[in-house]
Design a protein around this ligand. Sequence first.
Ligand SMILES: C[S@@+](CC[C@H](N)C(=O)[O-])C[C@H]1O[C@@H](n2cnc3c(N)ncnc32)[C@H](O)[C@@H]1O
Length: 276
Amino acid sequence: MFVELQKYLSKPELYTNSSGNFWDDEHISKGLLEAHLNPSLEAATRKHDFLDESVKWIGAIAPPNRYKNLLDLGCGPGLYAERFSDIGYIVTGIDFSKRSIDYAKWQTRYKKSKIKYHYQNYLTINYNEQFDVIVMIYCDYAVLPATDRAILIKKAYDALKTGGILILDVFTPQMRKPECHTWQYSPYDSFWSEIPHLTLESVFQYDDADLTELSRYIVLTKEGIRCYNIWNHYFTKESLLSEILSSEFSNFELYGDVAGNDYSDASETICGVFTK
Ligand SMILES: C[S@@+](CC[C@H](N)C(=O)[O-])C[C@H]1O[C@@H](n2cnc3c(N)ncnc32)[C@H](O)[C@@H]1O
């Protein structure tokens, strides 16, 4: 086991794969769903009060009577999607966590809402001028490497009608973490495993143009070792604009978050609203 562990202890090459899909893992996705559904936790989603504010703001800048069709990329268990549907949007949600999509579909049946959910990687969508609004919320855009971000932006552009808007948020460099190594022993069923496990967590920073950060979680159990690499990037106003405006989007507005608060140099996030 030590030889296998050694493989994971040093800083890996950029974009080295995880040993499994973090979001769609059978066990981890249970903890993620619980985190989503906890209204006062800021983890898998934001606190639910913020979701309410956010949906209210989006409904005000893109009223559902004029911007009818909304696509939610990385919709999770549908917490935003349900709220969007409640205020009058026709909603489609995409997510590649089976557990989240199953929960979202169950909610739709229970609430008799008409949201369409797809268990799908959002990098594979192929819509043509179907949506008035596309949202990608909670800094999911920034986890993608630059090549995938370019694919996503092109697909979102194609999916929007002329005059439609793309709304996304990203973390600013204020949120970049210091490099560190910590460990935690869990004798019980908890987030990373249902059997006793040791988790080694490292944060690595890279000096590439994209300010890439890796949070690496190595999970050791009596059954073996798993390693999850979670990548992130941080954006300034300038880097976000130069990236998205180099695509075909032309008009934009910037805010401090997806509830429409003002941006300042101290903001932890930037929310961009880009018009086709
Ligand atoms: C941080 S959560 C945010 C969920 C939701 N937008 C919110 O704010 O409540 C990110 C979500 O994106 C999904 N996701 C990540 N990468 C994805 C991909 N390539 N395709 C589809 N869904 C993805 C995850 O399964 C997860 O539900």
